[in-house]
Design a protein around this ligand. Structure first.
Ligand code: BMA
Length: 301
């Protein structure tokens, strides 16, 4: 496997959450000041998720805040689109603000929500930036050709592909283009979705994505990587033929949803070290490491 799993995994479990909750998983990740910050999905006893921050000085030992920082009830006029919970945040810094794209879940089914924060204390919920059914949205961390860009994963009938679109203001989106489709008959046969937000490298925009394949009544979630053109980000330069991370360990095989590795946050250090914060079996938070160089080489095949 191209990614090395940390020996002490999982690094965060439900036992350390200081209030009643079912599970903690699928964190967005960023550097904030001199800290590593994880914005985690925490499923509350009623089965609806909120976000909880975990902080760390070394990227391995995390300490949770005492209470959730964003809940469905904090969504004001947008509550009806998040009533069943908020899930899978992806964090991108643009200028002085951190923008968070995440799933709002309700009777209308999943859609993409956008929020902004400068301090991870006060969150401005900007509302839906897609219709249902759509999830796995990440913004690009800078403007390209004078516009903001996002990728997301609308679901249409049996089709689960990644699309890319652009916007002048992060709110109004258009110029939709298909970005990636599953390669049939492989580990990503049934559906794919973006995992981590794209990171700029000299070779192109680098990101992880997940691929899903059904086996009988069960599914298997694995993670791959893809490289996009720097100036024309709707063009795929290459993607890994094999997964870079897959469920192997007990903590990835057994949990609320078996046989899942899922990621929506990573931190790429200036020296190219990649820290992927992922979850095993929708039940914990784990760490895997590699380098941008290794991932790029694998994408170029
Ligand atoms: C996806 C999302 C993720 C979850 C994954 C595996 O559709 O709901 O939150 O981790 O399925 O169950």
């Amino acid at each position: 496997m191209l990614m090395e799993k940390y020996q002490g995994n999982p690094i965060v479990t439900i036992e350390q959450v200081p209030f009643r909750a079912n599970s903690i998983f699928n964190p967005g990740a960023t550097r904030y000041g001199n800290e590593y910050l994880l914005l985690c999905r925490v499923e509350m006893p009623n089965g609806r998720s909120s976000f909880l921050i975990e902080r760390s000085k070394d990227g391995i030992n995390f300490v949770p805040d005492s209470r959730p920082c964003l809940t469905p009830e904090d969504h004001g006029e947008f509550f009806k689109y998040a009533e069943w919970g908020i899930e899978d945040p992806r964090i991108v810094k643009l200028g002085v603000s951190y923008y968070i794209t995440y799933t709002g879940y309700s009777k209308y089914m999943p859609l993409v929500m956008l929020a902004e924060t400068k301090d991870f204390i006060k969150f401005n919920v900007l509302g839906p930036i897609s219709e249902p059914s759509n999830k796995d949205c990440a913004l690009f961390p800078e403007k390209i050709n004078g516009l903001y860009w996002k990728m997301d994963r609308p679901s249409a009938d049996k089709s689960h592909n990644i699309w890319i679109s652009s916007s002048p203001d992060l709110i109004h989106w258009g110029q939709y283009k298909i970005l990636m489709e599953p390669t049939t008959g492989t580990w990503e046969n049934d559906k794919i979705g973006g995992s981590t937000p794209p990171v700029k490298t000299k070779d192109g925009w680098l990101l992880c994505y997940h691929g899903v394949r059904g086996f009988g009544i069960s599914t298997l979630y694995k993670i791959g990587a893809v490289l996009l053109d720097l100036h024309e980000p709707w063009k795929v330069i290459g993607k890994t033929a094999e997964p870079v991370l897959m469920p192997e360990k007990d903590y990835e095989r057994t949990g609320d949803v078996n046989n899942v590795v899922f990621a929506n946050g990573w931190i790429v250090e200036d020296d190219g070290t990649v820290r992927l914060y992922y979850s095993g079996a929708d039940t914990n938070i784990c760490l895997a490491t590699t380098t941008t160089e290794e991932l790029i080489k694998a994408c170029k095949g």
